[in-house]
Design a protein around this ligand. Sequence first.
Ligand code: NAD
Ligand code: UDX
Length: 464
Amino acid sequence: MSVSKICCIGAGYVGGPTMAMIAHKCPNIDVKVVDINETRIAQWNSDTLPIYEPGLDEIVKGCRGKNLTFTTEIDAAIKEADMIFISVNTPTKTFGVGAGRAANLEYVEKCARRIAEVAEGHKIVVEKSTLPVRTAEAVKRILSNASNGSTFDVLSNPEFLAEGTAIEDLLDPDRVLIGGERKEAIQELVDVYAHWVPTDRILTTNLWSSELSKLTANAFLAQRVSSINAISALCEATEADVDEVAAAIGTDSRIGPKFLKASVGFGGSCFQKDILNLVYLCEYFGLPEVAQYWEQVVRMNDYQKERFVSRMVRTMFNTVSDKKIAIWGFAFKKDTNDTRESAAIYVVRDLLLEKARVCIYDPQVTKQQVIQELEYVLSEGDNGISPAKRELIDNHVTFASSCEEASSDAHAIAVLTEWDEFAEVDFGKIHDSMKKPAFVFDGRNRLKQKNLVDSGFEYHGIGF
Ligand code: NAD
Ligand code: UDX
């Protein structure tokens, strides 16, 4: 049997692009992406997709209405599919046992239960969401109680795409990982990817190795960023330059040059959540030393964000109160509209708590999204947001539609996302429009220090 109908539950940053790529590369497979969020599905069916990702529009528009459908008709899509991907969110739990660490598996479990209830015949269920090792055991148990006597194979196929480069990553992945038990079921999924991925890059493992490899890959990547960020603090104390140190160590082929860019701190929906989940698992399995080892990667990241704001305050004569600060970039990295766990949220929060006035410009992030993030981070648990903090959002946060507008009359610029357009502005003109001394705090080290200094700025990068 070869797969002819795929259903993917979850039309998010992973479900949308991965299924669009399968539809694009496998014209003989009918792909339905389903979600409970009607607004999101409507956006996937509109001219403005819910996700900004270079190259995504073309692929979606090329297949939509042919072999790619976005719909809220979840049960019908489950019924007719041979293969069902679960690609729902698995955020950090905010309540109960494991709060602040463990993954919230409520949505995954609900999908498994829905599949068990409506499926007919044999289905291959694929875990695409990032899950703690041994989740497939629970999924299998739930599916074993199927209402219609259906049978199932469960595979783990974690996704390694990074936002901002999702299409490139999907087109030409370093590897595709498939974990499973029955080799015929594994082969069905190998055959889907083999439409465009060379078979030597399709790795097959047991279920548990596949589930654990995803958390481990993210922990290793984040660990590199925290390691170089730790060194950036030492560079600032010693006149070493972290970019020079990174270049020097990166030439060692055992270390390699990638993922050594010092920054204001890593963000995104994955790194922190997945490391915390790994920490929780280690504690659960009675390995406290291993848990502490990985937890330090997250602690270092928190320190890096706090350090950035303290340095700003210290440099600007120990006060930013009532000073206008231009915030360049709010997304957690360039080429995405995603703000989940963005370092910008924490930097802006801490600047607001210092009573600064921030003016935010990001080419892809909406005003409502920024306000939602700030409301969340300034809230105090179930008590919600206090009147004093609400006042900070209402009266100390404004929005601009360009770098120039954000910076006019400002005391400082804080660069929090490395959008390419930020390096292309007329710094002389911007300097003229600012209060003096005009400071730049480059949280991404992407602006040319010399150009800025020549334009009259006092420039502070990370790690020098
Ligand atoms: P997301 O929040 O963008 O999308 C998840 C979608 O699932 C939402 O639209 C939500 O409405 C939907 N959903 C939740 N419960 C549902 C249900 N019961 N039925 C139907 N739809 C339901 O999340 P995402 O960023 O796409 O991440 C999905 C998974 O992939 C997570 O486990 C994440 O860790 C993993 N992952 C994410 C990335 C990334 O870069 N974002 C990369 C690799 C892996
Ligand atoms: C990450 C993994 O890279 C990807 O494989 C996985 O599937 C999902 O999680 P993502 O979070 O989308 O992808 O982006 P990534 O490029 O990894 O960047 C994460 C954060 O680290 C960003 O805030 C980025 O700015 C920061 N980063 C990355 C650095 O600060 N320095 C670096 O050298 C690299």
